[in-house]
Design a binder for this molecule. Sequence first.
Ligand SMILES: Cc1cc2nc3c(=O)[nH]c(=O)nc-3n(C[C@H](O)[C@H](O)[C@H](O)COP(=O)(O)OP(=O)(O)OC[C@H]3O[C@@H](n4cnc5c(N)ncnc54)[C@H](O)[C@@H]3O)c2cc1C
Length: 409
Amino acid sequence: MKTDVHVVVVGGGIVGASILYWLAKLGWTDTLLLERRNLTSGSTWHAAGNTTYFGPYAEMTRLFAGSIRTYLQAETDSGQSIGFHQTGSLRVATTAREREQFHQFEAGYRALDIPYHVVDNAVINALHPCINTDGLFGAAHTPTDGHVDPSSTTHALAKAARNLGAAVELQCPVQSVIKEHDHWRVETEHGAVRAQHVVMAASFWTRELLQPLGINAPLYATQHHELITDAVPELADLDHEVPAFRDSYVSCSMRQERNGFLLGVYETDPVFWALDGIPPNFKEELFAPETDRLMPHLEKLMARVPAFAEAGIKTINNGPMCWTPDGLPMLGPVDQQHPNLWLASGFNVGIGTGGGSAEFLAHWMVHGQPLFDLPIVHADRFGNSVTTDQAVKSIQACYRQGYRLPESI
Ligand SMILES: Cc1cc2nc3c(=O)[nH]c(=O)nc-3n(C[C@H](O)[C@H](O)[C@H](O)COP(=O)(O)OP(=O)(O)OC[C@H]3O[C@@H](n4cnc5c(N)ncnc54)[C@H](O)[C@@H]3O)c2cc1C
């Protein structure tokens, strides 16, 4: 293992791998990614892989768009497929007000040169015949997004970074990060590494790794369910893959997975995991499914997508998902007292935003300023005094918000 590098990246999920890749693209190849177990061993391996462009913050859309661009480039550079399905996405309008808000985003998407249209129910029916459009007010349609295979994508990013000279060390848990004069000492189970810069991309584990430095990063994990159905005849009969679909009333996302559906649910009362600390013996296992909590959403979904009501459930995954109090990632320098210590943690849509966030952060590290102005994600925005209780209340509110747009937009 290398023992003296310019940058150590802690964590080999999609975010850490994206950062290693972007640093290498910008010429920083004296780098080492340290991963506790294997690439994707955190939340990345069980993610649905959705990479939509739609979001309530126009500025965040740049991170979404940058992510698909990054993953496709890594695919080309590495020769490793990322499994991108360009199905497009539909965000249905369940009220006239929602449709009005969708129209307000049109100029923003035009400025970013991202195809975006507010469409009527007839278009929804043509694109996704399984959706019952009764009572809907059309949808926002982003035809060029879709989903990737998160595991293949992470491996493509790491391989492309390695090809440029970056190093990856697996089965190498970081034990502590210590400031020494003009550099950092990163202690691992296999010895120490000296580094000028350290990037913490260890999701909810980052909170614990930073605590000994007196840094209180409000990063906590909720449980999050995704369900995969058996084959659905209505899908098998189609000559195209249906777009991903999101619905604020149902509080679900749904996309096609082979000839079945894959759906994720934002419950009304999210359940947290490991608020008192991540169990040291946790590897990457899933939690037991708790379907009772999902039922009110699934019942609404059966009305919206009648074919779902007929489908058998093949798989239910319940895994940890990292959150910050405002639901946005923490990106950038931790604070002025800890120079060259960077944060890239707190992603609840890390597949959707990981690649673009890495581009944003790598520019900041290499060129001294971020790629563009995006203070809503800056790592120091919470200060150091958010209590667990305060964070939990804020995260509950964000999670419960699901796909409803903030009224201020
Ligand atoms: C059921 C489910 C479905 C989801 N679907 C989607 C989706 O469709 N689209 C989307 O955008 N997001 C989705 N997500 C969220 C997505 O999984 C995460 O946002 C994303 O994987 C976060 O990536 P990450 O790299 O920040 O964290 P992780 O993937 O958790 O990676 C962190 C890494 O750090 C490593 N690590 C931890 N501690 C140490 C240490 N001490 N030393 C070294 N390494 C360490 C871990 O082993 C891990 O590999 C879903 C989540 C769940 C639970």
